[in-house]
Design a protein around this ligand. Structure first.
Ligand code: HEC
Length: 103
């Protein structure tokens, strides 16, 4: 009986881990919304201003964010600080969101 409880608990822990690792589309959207202040609504920046993120290549964007996070882009003014605030899973979700937006 006791063993069964332990197994059930272990299964629950494993299941909740899976749930946490997945970021649903709504969460991705709200994560991406924090970029709007500078990069425009849904990543469409005003012409002549900030870089637009909408329609970016997902993998390029993940790489860029990881490079900022790791300090591999020395000329950055703000993105190297900002990128540190996101987990790898969050960065992937954000990049996926912007990649799916129309330019
Ligand atoms: C406070 C303003 C601000 C916010 C908020 C912001 N960015 Fe940026 N972003 C910049 C600036 C400024 C640059 C140019 C690099 C630098 O100076 O850091 C940049 C550059 C980038 C680049 C590189 C573009 C290129 O082609 O080189 C990417 C990708 C990017 N940002 C993604 C994001 C994402 C994703 C978010 C939200 C999680 C975000 N940014 C939020 C200001 C911002």
């Amino acid at each position: 009986m006791k063993m069964k409880h332990i197994l059930t608990a272990a299964a629950l822990v494993a299941a909740s881990g899976l749930v946490q690792a997945q970021i649903d589309p709504l969460q991705a959207r709200s994560l991406a919304a924090s970029c709007a202040a500078c990069h425009g609504t849904d990543g469409r920046a005003q012409p002549g201003g900030m870089v637009s993120l909408a329609g970016s290549n997902k993998n390029d964007m993940i790489k860029k964010m990881q490079d900022y996070k790791a300090g591999r882009i020395p000329a950055a003014t703000i993105m190297h600080q900002l990128a540190k605030g996101y987990t790898d899973e969050q960065i992937e979700a954000i990049a996926g969101y912007f990649a799916a937006q129309k330019r």
